[in-house]
Structures are given as C-alpha cells and as structure tokens.
Design a protein around this ligand. Structure first.
Ligand code: AMP
Length: 333
C-alpha cells in the first residue's frame, strides 16, 4: 500500500472566516482532502488564539464557529480529522517545549510576523506570542505532516518549522519531514482598504464568508479609488485590489474589459462595485446555505471534533513517545 503524505492546517478561532482565509487556505484544504495521496488533519488553532488578547467567554464558541465554517467550505469528517488544538494541548505544547530547546530567542524576535504583532499589541508582547512559531512547528511535526496549505504570510513560520525539523533530526536522530507549503493560486488576498493583506485584525479590510449582499456592498464602497482613468492601470492600491477581486470573482475577461476602460473612456466605480458585490455574494451562496444547515445542529459539530481528536491523538502520542525516547527522557515511557 502506498504511504499517504500527511497534511496539517489550523486557523485561529476568530469566529468567522474571511475571503483571504477561504481563497488562500480553505480551498487548498478541501483540494488536499479530496486527493487520495494525502491524509488530512485540520484543527482550529485555539491555543494560538491565546497569543494575542482574547476573551475566555468567547474562545470556545469562536473555535466551534471556525469548525462550522470548515464544514461549510467542504471539509468532510469522514475524510479529514477535524479537531481543536486545545483538545490535544497536553501533547502539542509538550512537543513545542522540546522544540524550544533547539531554536533561539533572537531567531523568534526577528520574524516579520512577530514584529508586526508587536506593533499591533505593544502592551501584550507575551512569551506565548514569541513562542507562536514554535507551537506551529509542533502542530505540524507532531503529525509528521509534509504539506501545509497556508497563505503567503505564513512562509517565515514554515521556514522556522523546517529549521526545527532539521535541527531535531541532526541532534536527536528523529525523522521529521521538512514540510512544504501547498500553494493555492490565491495565496495573497489584498485588503479592501487598498493597503496590505485582507486581515480580520484590520477593520474594514475583509469580507466574511457569511456577509450579506448589503454588507459586502458597504465594505466595497469603502475601497479607495481614483478618477477612473489614466495612462496606465495601477498595480498597487485600491484600484489594483478591486481589479484583483474582479478577476477572482468575475473572470479574466471582465478584468481585461475594465483595464481597457481605464486607459480609454474611464471606469465608473459605482457600477464596478455593484457588479463585484453581486458576484462575490453569489459565489459564497453554497457556503452560506451549508452553514445555515449546520447552525441548526450544533451537537453534530461537537461530535465531529470529538471523533477528530481521538484520531489525531493516536498519532500525536506516538510522536511524543518517540521524541522523549530520543531526547533521553525515558522516565514515564
Ligand atoms: P489566520 O486567520 O491568520 O490564522 O490565518 C488562517 C489562514 O488563512 C492562514 O493559512 C493564512 O495564511 C491564511 N490567510 C489569512 N489572510 C490571508 C490573505 N489575506 N490572503 C491569503 N491567505 C490568507
């Protein structure tokens, strides 16, 4: 029998997925789940949700909400193990601790993702935040996953994961793979505000998968534009981002149409935004419908994660036992 390659992915519990999560990651997760060459482990990274300020009254419900979004996007518990990271907190954090002995504080402090969070939450630079990439490495390597469907923003963390795998293998003769990112065509979804990426931590930058037409319209209305014409089509900023969305949801031809108008008679942005809002809303319709069905049966969602965690634990425990043994921690094995 052919050995399947393992896949791990986890999103933080932010309640609702946005277009960036969906196009950058969830679509890739579904594609790998459907590929018979892969065995897929999909979690909600609720421990990672604790690396920036969070509400203990909401974190669990928010995590379940991401599971609901996963299922609505097409993840299938018959094919993928779907669970919460905190259900295996004992094992994931344990491995993260072992890993933290082979990577330096300076390496973590220099990561662009860390620096960005320091800017966003200057009063909350916790050990948990510094340790974020080490825990992510543990999440991936505890399943010996070799493929991770992540957006471009996670590439520095993937590099840390590979570095930890190499160091562990060299120092302790473990057999961790050096995992690669699974690249979707849409690894970078820009912000609606014209600068940077679509991100749930930047209000107004994102469209949620469950937004209604009116909300999508209002959000698009805020995208900065220009006079609608010029000698060359902008390659960055609000107009460039709008054209990216046109291409994603209305196709390459529609984009070419608008580009022609830009250098000719001019684009009327109110028309462009109305058409685009409708196209996005329509594209997300099956996800919204499925989500509604799932919301009516919350007990199903908890059953899914219970079964998923049982599957994941078997593999995770095996890795922990191996690592303890190789690192010389033989007591308790
Ligand atoms: P997060 O919500 O930051 O935990 O991200 C969950 C997943 O969505 C990660 O794989 C990210 O790389 C991906 N993601 C987040 N924002 C974007 C974006 N704007 N474009 C593409 N992928 C994204």
């Amino acid at each position: 029998m052919k050995i399947k390659k393992r896949v791990l992915q986890g999103m933080r519990p932010t309640g609702r997925l946005h277009l960036g999560n969906y196009l950058g990651t969830a679509k890739g997760m579904v594609a790998l789940q459907e590929d018979p060459d892969y065995e897929t482990y999909y979690m909600v990274a609720d421990l990672h949700g604790m690396t920036t300020p969070f509400d203990p009254k909401k974190i669990y419900q928010d995590a379940l909400s991401v599971v609901t979004d996963y299922l609505a996007c097409g993840l299938d518990p018959e094919k993928s193990a779907i669970f919460l990271q905190s259900q295996l907190a004992d094992l994931h954090t344990q491995l993260a601790f072992y890993f933290s002995s082979v990577i330096t504080v300076a390496r973590m402090q220099h990561l662009p993702t860390f620096k960005e969070k320091v800017k966003q939450h200057p009063d909350n630079i916790t050990m948990a935040l510094l340790n974020y990439p080490v825990l992510m490495a543990a999440d991936i390597l505890i399943y010996k996953a070799s493929m991770v469907p992540v957006g471009l923003d996670q590439e520095p963390h993937m590099e840390v994961t590979r570095e930890i795998a190499r160091k562990m293998n060299a120092e302790y003769e473990t057999d961790f793979p050096e995992p690669q990112s699974f690249k979707t065509k849409t690894r970078y979804i820009p912000s609606l505000l014209g600068e940077g990426k679509m991100s749930k931590s930047v209000e107004g930058s994102y469209i949620n998968l469950t937004d209604d037409l009116e909300t999508i319209r209002k959000k698009l209305a805020q995208t900065p534009t220009d006079s609608g014409k010029g000698e060359t089509v902008p390659t960055s900023g609000g107009v460039a981002n709008l054209l990216t969305f046109v291409e994603l949801f209305q196709g390459q031809e529609k984009r070419a149409d608008y580009e022609k108008k830009y250098t000719g008679s001019g684009i009327r942005y109110s028309e462009l935004k109305t058409g685009l809002a409708e196209a996005i809303y329509k594209d997300l319709e099956p996800i919204r419908e499925k989500r509604k069905e799932l919301e009516a049966k919350p007990e199903y969602v908890t059953q899914v994660i219970k079964a998923g965690a049982v599957r994941a634990r078997i593999l995770a425990q095996k890795t922990i036992d191996e690592v303890k043994e190789k690192m010389g921690l033989k007591g308790g094995l």
